[in-house]
Design a protein around this ligand. Sequence first.
Ligand SMILES: NC(=O)c1ccc[n+]([C@@H]2O[C@H](COP(=O)([O-])OP(=O)(O)OC[C@H]3O[C@@H](n4cnc5c(N)ncnc54)[C@H](O)[C@@H]3O)[C@@H](O)[C@H]2O)c1
Length: 271
Amino acid sequence: MGFLDGKVALVTGGGSGIGRAVVELYVQQGAKVGILEISPEKVKDLRNALPADSVVVTEGDATSMADNERAVADVVDAFGPLTTLVCAVGVFDYFTEIPQLPKDKISEAFDQLFGVNVKSNLLSVKAALDELIENEGDIILTLSNAAFYPGGGGPLYVSSKFAVRGLVTELAYELAPKVRVNGVAPGGTITELRGIPALANEGQRLKDVPDIEGLIEGINPLGIVAQPEDHSWAYALLASRERTSAVTGTIINSDGGLGVRGMTRMAGLAQ
Ligand SMILES: NC(=O)c1ccc[n+]([C@@H]2O[C@H](COP(=O)([O-])OP(=O)(O)OC[C@H]3O[C@@H](n4cnc5c(N)ncnc54)[C@H](O)[C@@H]3O)[C@@H](O)[C@H]2O)c1
C-alpha cells in the first residue's frame, strides 16, 4: 500500500530539484504523475529515468496558459481524473539587492521573475481547476523562507514569494470546501535553481555558488543543508486529504527552524 495510492498529480517544474524529488516520492508512494517541464534535457532525462506506466512528461512553459492546459490534458488522458496539483517551478535573483539592480533592467527582471514565480501558479491552477473541483483535489504551491523573512534573496525574489503566500491564502478561501490549497516553504536547498536573463545570471545554478553549504548551514538552527528530498514528504502529506482533512490555507515551513532564530544578515549596505 502506498501513501498516495489512487492520486493523479501534475507537478510543474518536475525536472530537477524539489519538484523532481516530489515526483519520485509520489511515484514511489503509488501516485500517477504528469510533469510540465521547460528544459528539453530534463524532459529527456525524466522520460529515460522514470517508469512510463506511472509518469507522463509534457515539455512546455508554465508561464503559458496553453502549455498548462496541454499538461493537464496529457496527465488526464494518461491516468484519469486529476486529484493533485503541485507547482514547483521557480527562478532566483541571486540576492541582487536594490542598490545593485540596474535601473534599466528592473522592469524586465520583474516581468521575468514574477512571470515564473507568481503568474505561472495562477495559470497552472486555472488550467487544472475544473478537474480539481470535480475531484475535490488539492493544490500545493512552493514558497520559500523568502515568503516570511528578509535576506533569502533580493527584493524581486522575496516579494515574489510573499505574493505566492498571498495566493495560498486567497485560493484556499475561494476554493473551500471543494479544493484544499496549501504550501511548502523550503529553506536553502542544494538544487539547480537558476537566475534570469535580465540580471545576466540565467546560467548560474544555486548548487554552484561558492560555499553554498556553509551559507545555508550557518543560518538555520538545525544546521541543515537541505537536499530536495528533505522536503518531499511535506508535499506528500498535503496531497493526502484522507490524513490531513482539516488542513487548508496552511504553509509547512521546511527550513531548519529559521523562524525561531531569524535570518542572520547575508548581505547589505552595512557590509
Ligand atoms: N533551492 C532552494 O534553496 C529553494 C529554497 C526555497 C524555495 N525554493 C523554490 O523551490 C522551487 C523549485 O526550485 P529548485 O530549487 O528545485 O530549482 P530547480 O531549478 O532545480 O527546479 C525548478 C525546475 O523548474 C523548471 N522550470 C523553470 N522555469 C520553468 C517554466 N517557466 N516552465 C516549466 N518549468 C520551468 C526548471 O527547468 C527546473 O527543472 C522554486 O519555486 C524555488 O523558488 C528553492
